[in-house]
Design a binder for this molecule. Structure first.
Ligand SMILES: NC(=O)c1ccc[n+]([C@@H]2O[C@H](COP(=O)([O-])OP(=O)(O)OC[C@H]3O[C@@H](n4cnc5c(N)ncnc54)[C@H](OP(=O)(O)O)[C@@H]3O)[C@@H](O)[C@H]2O)c1
Length: 259
């Protein structure tokens, strides 16, 4: 995720790569990032303590170590941006004894600059830092600022975890097309292009998805037959329950945050 951020920032000419310091514990990975991304690299998190913005992009289990390295070393005018799933602002703020914190929930399409990040900031984050945060997040795709941290758990369930729902539907449609008799590569192309085209069409249209669906559902036709089975299989309820389960899980993980 951190690398995707660097790639977006550099490709969009938002920052010179030499102004980015990557703290990476593994020597081989450090060398790779230095060669490929032209960034400065270090093995010590302490080398980041003078940066105007510090991005926390470690796995949740490594967060405690990274926070303890930085504890008490940041000045009030520095900004901390965390993309660590489940880590609450209070956890980060208390561990660092620092109040200017932004918490973000990105998603995997960020790898190609097509992500959507939902984020919130503490009252200590100033206007200039808010602009800076937006710039960083736009390197990953689109961004939506929310007023309260509670929306981060909701975003985790909808957009953060969302790509896995889409991939499962893709997989199911591809397998069904293979079942009908298409070669797998043809099935893949038919499904991915149908999804891509439908999403672009819906986004360009001012119509509600239900209206677009009704437009292609002729009486006694193929869509009606297929939609009948999808409704009979409780598709809407299953999706709603899945998203709610992800939301509950996100809240529980935040509450059990050991830090
Ligand atoms: N991937 C997603 O779709 C997604 C979505 C939303 C949120 N997030 C959040 O984004 C964060 C990063 O995820 P990721 O998939 O990018 O993880 P990742 O590929 O494992 O990247 C984490 C990086 O942190 C380094 N690291 C480990 N311990 C460190 C320490 N103590 N100090 C400094 N750096 C350290 C790791 O080095 P080594 O490789 O040497 O261990 C690795 O380069 C996670 O907290 C995740 O919850 C990810």
């Amino acid at each position: 995720m951190g690398e995707a951020m660097i790639q977006g920032l550099v490709t969009k000419h938002l920052i010179d790569p030499t102004k980015i310091i990557v703290c990476e514990p593994r020597g081989e990975r450090r060398e790779q990032l230095k060669q490929q991304r032209k960034v400065k690299v270090t093995s010590s998190n302490l080398d980041a303590t003078n940066s105007s913005t510090i991005v926390l992009s470690v796995k949740p289990q490594d967060l405690h170590k990274a926070l303890s390295d930085l504890k008490g070393l940041l000045r009030p005018n520095q900004l901390v941006v965390s993309i660590v799933a489940g880590a609450r602002i209070k956890t980060i703020s208390d561990a660092l004894t620092h109040s200017a914190v932004i918490r973000v929930m990105p998603n995997t399409p960020a790898q190609i600059g097509e992500g959507i990040s939902v984020w919130t900031a503490t009252p200590s984050v100033n206007k200039e830092q808010l602009t800076q945060a937006k710039t960083i997040l736009r390197a990953l795709g689109k961004e939506v600022q929310v007023e309260e941290e509670k929306y981060l758990d909701m975003a985790t369930a909808v957009s953060g975890t969302g790509p896995s729902y889409v991939f499962l539907v893709m997989e199911a449609m591809i397998d069904a097309a293979v079942h009908l008799g298409f070669a797998r590569h043809v099935a893949y192309q038919l499904v991915t292009e149908t999804m891509r085209g439908s999403i672009l069409y819906a986004m360009h249209s001012s119509k509600h998805p239900a209206e677009l669906r009704n437009l292609v559902t002729s009486p006694g036709g193929t869509s009606a037959a297929a939609l009948y089975q999808l409704e009979k299989g409780n598709l809407r309820t299953v999706i709603s329950r899945a998203i709610f389960a992800a939301y509950e899980r996100s809240k529980a993980l935040g509450e059990s945050d050991p830090h």
